[in-house]
Ligand binder design. Structure first.
Ligand SMILES: [Zn+2]
Length: 446
């Protein structure tokens, strides 16, 4: 079925045959059913499936890997890329980011999210975990772009009862609306922003609501030292324990950052089966002062995954690049050459992320969702090819991704994404309109 058409490129969904791709050094074909799952993988199976395939992609020996999964981002912040950098954290937030966010419209979020999806598709990401505002507009963008996402309305009550009631209604309404779409690629989550912006009353309500609805919890946890100190002052306990008392640490929970967890908190997260989103680039850019205690989390059995955070604190959504930062930051901070090797880093960005978001197992196997990325076999970063995982993590960036298939839909082929020029132009205009509104507001205020 052809779902879009521009020039000589179309987005195709239906049965697909991927011919002559490299998996583990073997050249194989991958047959994808029209239900969006992998029907078969094997040498020479193309002949058998060719007749049924509605669409054939020539792999040209490119390397097939599972699609990457970005477990923490604020996609629409792609509009803020490069707007404010190299500032102290508090000044960055209060003088730059929050004034712009206050002027955001649903239309901005739609265009920003489309831009973010385009960037993620181009760099090998098939699914992401998003927390922001105007999330119906984000859902519309994700649907059009063909990706998979878990979307949370960012819940912030600032300990105010009236605001809490409003946020509760907004959360309920959004989650029911997402449910009514009956789109398996888009799921709702609850999004308690963090312990310093959300009351315990609200966190308890969110935990109950998420349990009743069987949906994911997406929360920021212990990003900065200051946040931990303030939490201890306010509650007499560290943040992970406060979340746990509210019922927010579950097997459906993804906790972003987790830089300042102590060993007891890591054990608690492991015991509760929590998924952790490690955001190395954002952590380094915002100088949070500590890398996540990966070893403790791993020993405790927590599932550590990878995220980019928003483009304002990264400044891209390239998870291929993020893998390198992930491994290097652990090695540097924890003074160990052997911590977080390439194999584990790749798993973090693929199978661990897919598991956290409930989008399959993140592996290339018959029966798995057809979330497949083809990386250029003949790129400089893959030459020589002594050790594929080393090349993928330490040498390649998103620019080496040639083709991306999400739930069996070919969203990029040979580096061409449907409607790319228009997505970029529309996003640039939306960013400019946002700045224009900021200018007007400044004039009105003075
Ligand atoms: Zn964040």
């Amino acid at each position: 079925m052809i779902v879009g058409d521009e020039g000589d490129y179309v987005v195709r969904a239906g049965s697909v045959l991927l011919r002559q791709v490299s998996i583990g050094g073997r050249i194989v074909d991958i047959a994808i059913g029209d239900d969006g799952t992998i029907a078969a993988i094997g040498e020479g199976i193309g002949a058998e499936y060719k007749g049924d395939a509605e669409f054939i992609v020539e792999g040209k020996q490119d390397i097939a890997i599972p699609g990457l999964v970005n477990t923490h981002t604020h996609a629409a912040m792609a509009l803020f890329r490069g707007y404010a950098d190299d500032l102290p954290l508090h000044e960055w937030l209060t003088s730059k980011i929050w004034p712009l966010e206050a002027l955001l419209t649903g239309d901005d979020v739609y265009h920003g999210t489309r831009l973010a999806c385009l960037e993620m598709i181009r760099s090998g990401t098939v699914a992401f975990n998003d927390m922001y505002f105007f999330m119906k507009d984000a859902a519309r963008a994700v649907t059009e772009m063909g990706m998979k996402a878990v979307l949370a309305y960012g819940f912030i009550d600032l300990f105010d009862e009236e605001r809490r009631e409003r946020e509760i209604r907004a959360t309920e309404e959004f989650c029911r609306w997402i449910g009514s779409l009956r789109n398996p690629s888009i799921r709702a989550a609850v999004g308690p922003h963090a312990v310093y912006t959300v009351s315990t009353e609200a966190m308890k309500w969110l935990a109950d609501f998420a349990k009743r609805e069987g949906i994911i919890v997406h929360v920021h946890l212990s990003e900065t030292e200051r946040e931990v100190a303030e939490c201890e002052k306010m509650y007499g306990r560290r943040p992970a324990f406060v979340l746990d008392e509210c019922g927010l640490l579950t097997e459906r929970t993804t906790a972003a950052h987790c830089c300042w967890l102590d060993q007891q908190e890591c054990n608690l997260l492991g015991k509760r089966g929590v998924h952790v989103s490690y955001n190395p680039v954002s952590n380094m850019k915002l100088a949070v002062g500590r890398a996540i205690p990966y070893q403790w989390l791993k020993e405790a059995g927590a599932n550590v995954t990878l995220g980019t955070d928003g483009a304002a604190s990264n400044n891209n959504l390239d998870l291929m690049e993020g893998m390198k930062f992930a491994a290097l930051l652990q090695k540097f901070f924890w003074n160990s050459q052997t911590i977080l090797p390439a194999h584990d880093t790749l798993a973090m960005a693929t199978s661990s992320g897919a598991r956290a978001l409930g989008f399959g197992d993140g592996r290339l196997m018959a029966g798995s969702p057809a979330d497949i990325v083809l990386v250029d076999r003949y790129a400089v970063c893959n030459t020589p090819l002594h050790h594929l995982e080393s090349n993928l993590v330490y040498s390649c960036t998103g620019g080496s991704v040639k083709t991306l298939i999400c739930s069996g839909k070919v969203l990029m082929q040979d580096r061409v994404v449907f409607d790319e020029r228009k997505i970029i132009e529309d996003a640039a205009k939306a960013a400019q309109r946002l700045l224009d509104r900021l200018g007007e507001q400044v004039i009105q205020e003075h």
